[in-house]
Design a protein. Structure first.
Length: 99
Protein backbone atom coordinates (compact mmCIF):
# COMPACT_ATOMS: atom_id res chain seq x y z
CA UNK A 1 0.00 0.00 0.00
CA UNK A 2 1.19 3.50 -0.79
CA UNK A 3 2.49 5.80 1.92
CA UNK A 4 2.04 9.58 1.89
CA UNK A 5 4.39 11.70 3.98
CA UNK A 6 3.49 15.32 4.77
CA UNK A 7 5.70 17.84 6.54
CA UNK A 8 4.28 21.17 7.75
CA UNK A 9 6.36 24.11 8.98
CA UNK A 10 5.51 27.64 10.14
CA UNK A 11 7.38 30.55 8.56
CA UNK A 12 9.09 33.07 10.86
CA UNK A 13 7.73 36.62 10.63
CA UNK A 14 9.33 38.53 7.77
CA UNK A 15 10.97 35.40 6.29
CA UNK A 16 8.34 34.44 3.70
CA UNK A 17 10.46 34.84 0.57
CA UNK A 18 13.44 33.04 2.10
CA UNK A 19 11.23 30.22 3.41
CA UNK A 20 9.61 29.65 0.03
CA UNK A 21 12.99 29.66 -1.73
CA UNK A 22 14.36 27.12 0.75
CA UNK A 23 11.22 25.01 0.48
CA UNK A 24 11.61 24.83 -3.28
CA UNK A 25 15.30 23.92 -2.95
CA UNK A 26 14.33 21.10 -0.58
CA UNK A 27 11.67 19.89 -3.03
CA UNK A 28 14.25 19.81 -5.82
CA UNK A 29 16.78 18.06 -3.56
CA UNK A 30 14.40 15.12 -2.94
CA UNK A 31 13.99 14.46 -6.66
CA UNK A 32 17.56 15.14 -7.77
CA UNK A 33 19.25 13.22 -4.96
CA UNK A 34 16.79 10.47 -4.03
CA UNK A 35 14.45 10.20 -7.01
CA UNK A 36 11.39 11.05 -4.90
CA UNK A 37 9.00 13.58 -6.36
CA UNK A 38 7.91 16.05 -3.71
CA UNK A 39 5.26 18.75 -3.90
CA UNK A 40 5.71 22.02 -2.05
CA UNK A 41 3.01 24.57 -1.28
CA UNK A 42 2.02 27.55 0.84
CA UNK A 43 -1.32 27.69 2.64
CA UNK A 44 -3.59 30.36 1.16
CA UNK A 45 -6.51 30.21 3.62
CA UNK A 46 -6.66 29.93 7.38
CA UNK A 47 -3.55 30.56 9.44
CA UNK A 48 -0.93 32.42 7.45
CA UNK A 49 2.65 31.29 7.16
CA UNK A 50 2.22 27.54 6.78
CA UNK A 51 4.19 25.58 4.18
CA UNK A 52 3.81 21.93 3.21
CA UNK A 53 5.81 19.20 1.51
CA UNK A 54 4.07 16.06 0.23
CA UNK A 55 5.85 12.88 -0.87
CA UNK A 56 4.39 9.55 -1.95
CA UNK A 57 6.17 6.22 -1.50
CA UNK A 58 5.37 2.77 -2.90
CA UNK A 59 5.20 1.10 0.52
CA UNK A 60 6.63 1.16 4.07
CA UNK A 61 9.94 -0.31 2.92
CA UNK A 62 10.40 2.42 0.30
CA UNK A 63 9.47 5.09 2.86
CA UNK A 64 11.93 3.69 5.40
CA UNK A 65 14.74 3.27 2.86
CA UNK A 66 14.46 6.82 1.51
CA UNK A 67 13.94 8.36 4.96
CA UNK A 68 17.11 6.71 6.25
CA UNK A 69 19.08 7.85 3.18
CA UNK A 70 17.82 11.44 3.48
CA UNK A 71 18.79 11.84 7.14
CA UNK A 72 22.20 10.25 6.48
CA UNK A 73 22.91 12.83 3.75
CA UNK A 74 24.94 15.83 4.95
CA UNK A 75 23.46 17.99 2.18
CA UNK A 76 19.93 17.47 3.56
CA UNK A 77 21.08 18.04 7.15
CA UNK A 78 22.57 21.37 5.96
CA UNK A 79 19.26 22.32 4.29
CA UNK A 80 17.41 21.56 7.52
CA UNK A 81 19.90 23.72 9.43
CA UNK A 82 19.18 26.61 7.04
CA UNK A 83 15.54 26.19 7.99
CA UNK A 84 16.32 27.27 11.55
CA UNK A 85 16.59 30.85 10.27
CA UNK A 86 13.31 30.90 8.33
CA UNK A 87 10.99 28.42 10.07
CA UNK A 88 9.73 28.40 13.64
CA UNK A 89 10.93 25.57 15.85
CA UNK A 90 8.97 22.37 15.39
CA UNK A 91 6.41 21.58 12.76
CA UNK A 92 4.37 18.49 12.06
CA UNK A 93 5.10 15.31 10.15
CA UNK A 94 2.23 13.04 9.13
CA UNK A 95 2.52 9.56 7.63
CA UNK A 96 -0.63 8.11 6.04
CA UNK A 97 -1.19 4.65 4.64
CA UNK A 98 -3.30 5.28 1.56
CA UNK A 99 -6.22 2.94 0.90
Amino acid sequence: MAIRFTRTRNIRAGKGSEAIALGLRMRDYFLETHGVEASFGVQVGGPMGLVFWYMDFDDWNHFSEIGTAIWADERYVALEAEGDDVFLQGGQDTVVQMQ
